[in-house]
Every structure is written in structure tokens, then in C-alpha cells.
Ligand binder design. Structure first.
Ligand SMILES: C[S@@+](CC[C@H](N)C(=O)[O-])C[C@H]1O[C@@H](n2cnc3c(N)ncnc32)[C@H](O)[C@@H]1O
Length: 253
């Protein structure tokens, strides 16, 4: 994996070692995002679209898009999350790849990318990913993105530890704790993972620091235009519990 974010995807415990806890910890509803994509695709003339879900995670959104009659290719850099997505969407092609260098030959009617582009903290990664999105979207095709917005993200990065306990399928429990702080345009998240076995014995905590870089509307417009996208529309996020998200649609014309 060549980009920084792809390497981080393979090592962040949330994305790989503890991928089995992801769906218990992230409980945003699937329907608002999928309904909006479906509506947007039908408006663009795609009743049954070929979609690349770039950074598909556990495939929750891909599965719901398949239920609505679309064909979805799953792509993610994290093997643990991608394996869960592949199990959930057995008829779909699952590709372990870097969105900054995906090495795919085909083009798609649409690329969906939810909550992924914040993980790309370097300028070069951001341009590479959007440039590939441009190459992989066929003429007349669309992208639908969900990203963190810089101002709202800064306000939420309050330096406070919060914890969440979840029970996993094998009867163990995971306590996930995180503390977001704002540092020079990035959200720096200190993370702590602690497993408790079925007898109630807690393992030593595992610590990890994760970096995200939210987006401004000006940056989105600039990078999308340079990647060949037009009709760029930026709106408040959909289906999120917080107001620090943006929904972005754009067309390849
Ligand atoms: C916050 S998760 C979002 C997952 C899913 N889209 C969702 O909404 O539940 C971010 C995802 O992006 C993936 N990702 C981050 N950087 C990537 C890269 N360079 N190439 C491929 N996947 C990447 C991670 O592995 C992870 O699955």
C-alpha cells in the first residue's frame, strides 16, 4: 500500500485488529445516506448503477445499495473491514486497494465515498484519490462524498475522553476510549482499546493515535475541479448524529 492513509488503515486497531467491533461502535443509520445516493443516481438517469464504494468499511452501505438494485464493487485498504464487507455482500467483487492508487481497469457510473477522505491528511493523497475518482467515473457519471467540515470539526475536538463498551460475538467485551484534540488543522485522536475476556479478565490496553484532516468547501471545490468534476454541490451531511459533516455531489462531464 503506497499512501500514508492506506498504511494507517492496515494498522489502526479500529479498522483491522478490532474490525469485529466496528458495527457495534458506529451506529449511524444507513438509510438516509443510501436513500440520498439512490435518489441522486435515479436523477442522473441510473436506475441500476455500477458503483465503486471507495473505503467501504464493513459494507453496510454497499449492502443497502445492492438491495436497491445497484451493483457495488467493494474497495478498502483494511483487510479486517473488507473481509466483513465481502461476507455481507457475497455477490460483490471485493478489492483490497489504496484509493490513492487503486489499479482498477474499469469505469463506474458512480463512486461513493463516505467518511474516508478525512483519513487522507497529506495534500498529495487528497489529489491522487480525487484524480483516480475522476479516471474511474465514466462520462456522465457521479461521485457522492461524505466528509468532515473543518469549522464544525474544530468545535467538536474538545480534548475530552469518552468511552464506549460493546459486547462482541465471541462473548468478549471491548472498551473503546478516545480523546479528540485540534492541532494545526487536524483532529488528533488518542485512542485506547481494552478487551475483557469471557471470565471478566481485562487485557492491558492498546493505545493508538489517529490523525484526520477535515475539509473546507473551498478545498473540495478546488480539488474536485482539478480532478475533472463539475456541477459540484455541497450540502449539510445526511444521516449523521453531528452537524460537522458535508454531503458532496459532483459529475464527470
Ligand atoms: C471511517 S471508515 C468509513 C467506512 C465506511 N465508508 C462507513 O461509512 O462506514 C474509513 C474507511 O476508509 C478506509 N480507508 C482510509 N484510507 C484509505 C485508503 N487510502 N485506501 C483505501 N481505503 C482507505 C479505511 O480502511 C476505512 O474502512
Amino acid at each position: 500500500m503506497s499512501s500514508r492513509s492506506a498504511r494507517v488503515s492496515s494498522e489502526r486497531p479500529f479498522y483491522d485488529l478490532h474490525a469485529d467491533a466496528y458495527d457495534a461502535l458506529i451506529v449511524d443509520p444507513v438509510e438516509p445516506w443510501v436513500d440520498r445516493i439512490d435518489q441522486h443516481l435515479r436523477g442522473a438517469g441510473f436506475e441500476s448503477a455500477s458503483i465503486l464504494d471507495a473505503g467501504c468499511g464493513t459494507g453496510r452501505h454497499a449492502a443497502a445499495l445492492i438491495d436497491r438494485g445497484h451493483q457495488v464493487t467493494l474497495l478498502d485498504a483494511a483487510p479486517g473491514l473488507l473481509a466483513i464487507a465481502a461476507d455481507r455482500c457475497p455477490g460483490s467483487r471485493a478489492v483490497r486497494a489504496d484509493i490513492c492508487a487503486p489499479a482498477l481497469a474499469e469505469t463506474f457510473d458512480a463512486i461513493t465515498c463516505r467518511g474516508v477522505l478525512n483519513d487522507l491528511v497529506e495534500d498529495a493523497e487528497r489529489d491522487q484519490a480525487l484524480s483516480f475518482f475522476g479516471e474511474l467515473t465514466r462520462d456522465g457519471g457521479v461521485v457522492v462524498l461524505d466528509v468532515r467540515e473543518a469549522g464544525g470539526s474544530r468545535a467538536r475536538a474538545d480534548g475530552i475522553w469518552r468511552s464506549n463498551d460493546v459486547e462482541l460475538a465471541d462473548g468478549t467485551r471491548l472498551r473503546f476510549s478516545s480523546r479528540p484534540t485540534w492541532q494545526a488543522g487536524r483532529i488528533v485522536v488518542d485512542e485506547r482499546y481494552q478487551l475483557t475476556d469471557v471470565r471478566g479478565l481485562a487485557a492491558p490496553p492498546l493505545e493508538y493515535t489517529f490523525h484526520m484532516r477535515p475539509w473546507t468547501t473551498a478545498e473540495l471545490e478546488d480539488r474536485l475541479r482539478r480532478a475533472g468534476f463539475r456541477s459540484i454541490v455541497i450540502q449539510p451531511g445526511v444521516g449523521r448524529r453531528t452537524t460537522d459533516r458535508l454531503l458532496v455531489t459532483a459529475s464527470r462531464t
